[in-house]
Design a protein around this ligand. Structure first.
Ligand SMILES: Nc1ncnc2c1ncn2[C@@H]1O[C@H](COP(=O)(O)OP(=O)(O)O)[C@@H](O)[C@H]1O
Ligand SMILES: [Mg+2]
Length: 376
């Protein structure tokens, strides 16, 4: 048994059943007496508890140790990936008022596909096919959404659709992506550790290296710092089909967020120029949303076509999820992903490459036209 398995057996016994249950996607511990889980997109309280705060802290110390990290008064927060692929985040008291607070996002074992996302109701068949085509054509794409909205999952699925002949370089803060492709190079950031005289290696550094390693496509798992500028430059310099995720609530906000991140660093590039760069680099935004019913759906697939005269990003919705009702019994939202009547600027690429996706696929159904008219 490994040190990690041992730590689970001994210290995490109070939540062992939750960790073993494949239906549980996340375990949330708010101090020793309150443990919640997420299952099927919804949160439930469990009867599980730790004997006391001391037992919980010891468990976290053992987990940290098993992955070569430390959690103590001096390092009261831990962000780590466990050997089984799960991700853990811990905050100790006194910052955590409930007692030691933990979230474990379990690593899903199965390889999801676009078909699965269609079956989950996250995408329509046409929306999925369209995304597949965009990946094939090497459109630069950003998956945008809130925490836990399904961004990483979506990026995994889309990454798996990159043509097998291409070389992928993946760069992440903490390895999380599991892209099933033939030719994948995966990089992970190294954090500064002044005590051990270890100098950090940032996402920026790794993007710079990636550029010199003959990439066909560069994937940055989560863009949340000044590396945004590097990604934009990668996209603007012919590495078509590069991808990433960003934390934002709408397609235009995703662009604004990227722009803000680009400007964090000590850039010599004026803000106006950065905005133009973002506007021209980014081609497609896939917006993920976790709805109130727990369902994770793609709310928008939008093309970024540039910047208007007021300096605002122009996002043209190609597909959108529209709610049409609600199941009174289950509380499930009823709705459909529909085309919005906008023909992407790169439609010619689809035709030239003889991809079976006719113009008519972009025409909204009649009921939707009515809805759009009423909304206008
Ligand atoms: N389309 C989906 N349908 C149902 N569950 C999903 C979907 N996408 C992701 N999930 C689940 O939601 C959780 C969060 O997904 P993740 O992709 O890590 O989100 P994010 O990267 O936005 O934080 C995971 O447990 C994942 O298995
Ligand atoms: Mg993520």
């Amino acid at each position: 048994m490994s040190v990690f398995d041992d730590a689970i057996e001994t210290f995490l016994a109070p939540i062992k059943d939750l960790l073993a249950n494949d239906k549980v996607s996340e375990v949330m511990i708010n101090g020793p007496n309150q443990i919640f889980i997420e299952s099927g997109g919804l949160i439930y309280k469990t009867p599980n508890t730790f004997p006391d705060e001391e037992a919980l802290v010891s468990a976290m110390r053992a987990i940290a140790q098993s992955v070569g990290r430390v959690i103590d008064d001096e390092n009261p927060r831990l962000d780590a990936r466990l050997p089984n692929g799960s991700r853990i985040h811990v905050v100790l008291p006194p910052m955590a008022k409930n007692g030691t607070t933990v979230a474990i996002r379990k690593f899903s074992k199965e390889e999801l596909t676009l078909k699965d996302l269609i079956n989950f109701g996250s995408l329509s068949p046409a929306g999925a096919r369209f995304l597949d085509i965009c990946v094939y054509l090497g459109k630069n794409l950003l998956v945008s959404g809130g925490t836990g909205s399904g961004k990483t999952t979506m990026l995994n699925v889309l990454g798996g659709r990159i043509p097998k002949t291409q070389r992928l370089i993946i760069i992440e803060d903490a390895v999380e992506l599991q892209i099933y492709a033939e030719h994948v190079v995966q990089f992970e950031v190294r954090k500064d550790n002044p005590k051990a005289e270890i100098k950090g290696v940032s996402i920026r550094d790794l993007v710079a290296s990636a550029m010199r390693l003959r990439p066909d496509r560069i994937i940055v798992g989560e863009v949340r710092g000044e590396e945004a500028l590097d990604l934009i430059q990668v996209m603007n310099t012919g590495h078509d089909g590069s991808m990433g995720t960003v934390h934002a609530n709408s397609p235009t906000e995703a662009c604004t967020r990227l722009e803000t991140l680009c400007l964090i660093g000590d850039t010599k590039i004026p803000p106006d120029a950065v905005r133009k760069m973002v506007g021209s680099a980014m081609q497609l935004i896939v917006q993920c949303v976790r709805y109130h019913d727990g369902g994770r759906r793609v709310s928008h697939i939008s093309e970024i076509v540039g910047i208007d005269t007021h300096g605002r990003y122009i996002a043209k919705d190609i597909f959108r999820w529209v709610q049409t009702g609600k199941d009174p019994e289950s509380g499930r939202l009823i709705g459909e992903m529909v085309p919005c009547g906008y023909l992407p600027s790169f439609f010619d690429d689809i035709v030239v490459n003889k991809l079976p996706f006719p113009k008519s696929s972009f025409i909204p159904p009649d009921w939707m036209k009515k809805v759009m008219k009423e909304a206008a």
